[in-house]
Write a protein that binds this ligand. Structure first.
Ligand code: NAD
Ligand code: UDP
Length: 323
């Protein structure tokens, strides 16, 4: 195997830290770059002593000069509460971050993969969502800083590809969960598990009839690596996620069962523009990457709950008050 120099932006985050781990285990030279907005060093502490791992505190909105062969661009807050805290910064992170990694890829002739999102489909009117669906995003709503930022990043990736022949990959990630999610991340799986383990009420937004399709972290990271290593002709965008769809009420009930939580569900208002349904059509990923998720929600939740039991919540700083 040829050893590659691989940059992972957002590498200390939930998905990034697992990706770094996989790449380090494979023997590559890995540079993890992060500003620790929604993560902390402890996610990669176990990698710090390895000779093929390096950690840089840096903000992707600023250029950086590195020599690399591959770039996975994951830097961006992903939970609504945190990305809405400073929406202008969120947009800058997606857009200027994309310009900076694309510029680096162009200079180094590196391959660069963008972690895009199912949010490019907004509140979808087509169900399940194939890559050909152009979406239903409110460009002036509270989620727009993230949704439109990620859409603009996709545009930049494809313009650098067409105009400058940069070797790109774009993956559209659907809701993913697993160990190392930040306990104050504010996303539904981490919120419900934290609340359940602390014996608190479960915060259900709306009536819980809205749906999501939850993919386990390891399945997701496997698909990202396959996409990066696949043929240059297949640049995406490709949906990666688990097509098994659940209502948020079903998720709450499953987490309460698995944690033995006897508390109650309290209803809070559904946030503006909260998508009512979401399910990936993964036909393309199956065909082109020979990939499909293996982990069932129940099994993945058991592992995630074990992780949450193993940490002290007080060791974590809430990125913003919105969780
Ligand atoms: P995360 O918040 O754990 O990771 C994001 C990382 O990026 C964090 O470590 C954060 O500190 C870092 N970061 C944020 N702004 C930065 C900046 N300006 N400069 C440098 N680093 C910065 O979230 P995650 O779930 O691991 O998400 C990783 C990527 O995958 C994100 O781009 C996200 O949009 C995308 N994604 C994730 C999901 C999901 O369900 N987990 C779904 C769709 C897309
Ligand atoms: N949600 C909820 N309670 C919470 C957090 C989220 O009911 O404490 C709901 C939220 O309104 C949405 C779904 O769970 O309908 C998924 O939310 P999340 O923030 O995890 O992801 P996204 O909306 O970006 O898919």
């Amino acid at each position: 195997m040829a050893i590659k120099r691989i940059l992972v932006t957002g590498g200390a985050g939930f998905l990034g830290s697992h990706l770094c781990e996989r790449l380090v285990e494979s023997g590559h030279d890995v540079i993890c770059l992060d500003n620790f907005f929604t993560s902390q060093k402890s996610n990669v502490a176990h990698l710090l002593g390895k000779p093929n791992f390096e950690l840089i505190r840096h903000d992707v909105t600023h250029p950086i000069h590195l020599e690399v062969d591959e770039i996975y661009n994951l830097a961006c807050p992903a939970a609504p509460g945190h990305y809405q805290y400073n929406p202008i910064k969120t947009m800058k992170t997606s857009v200027m971050g994309a310009i900076n990694v694309l510029g680096m890829a162009k200079r180094c002739r590196a391959k660069v993969l963008q972690a895009s999102t199912s949010e490019v489909y907004g509140d979808p009117t087509v169900h399940p969502q194939p890559e050909s669906y152009r979406g239903n995003v409110n460009p002036i709503g509270p989620r727009a800083c993230y949704d439109e930022g990620k859409r603009a990043a996709e545009t930049l990736f494809f313009d650098y590809y067409r105009s400058n022949r940069v070797n790109i990959r774009v993956v559209r990630i659907f809701n993913t969960y697993g160990p190392r999610m930040h306990p104050f991340d504010g996303r539904v799986v981490s919120n419900f598990i934290r609340q359940a383990l602390l014996g608190q009420d479960i915060s259900m937004f709306g009536d819980g009839a809205q749906t999501r399709s939850f993919c386990y972290r390891d399945d997701l990271v496997e698909a990202m690596i396959r996409m990066m290593n696949g043929p240059d002709e297949f640049v995406g965008p490709v949906n990666i996620g688990n097509p098994n769809e659940f209502t948020i009420m079903q998720l709450a009930q499953l987490i309460m069962e698995l944690t033995g939580n006897k508390g109650k569900i309290i209803h809070k208002p559904l946030p503006q523009d909260d998508p009512l349904q979401r399910q990936p059509d993964i036909t393309l990923a199956r065909q082109k990457l020979g990939w499909e998720p293996k982990t069932q929600l129940r099994d993945g939740l058991v592992k995630t709950i074990d992780y949450f039991r193993s940490i002290n919540f007080s060791d974590f700083r809430a990125p913003t008050p919105n969780y």
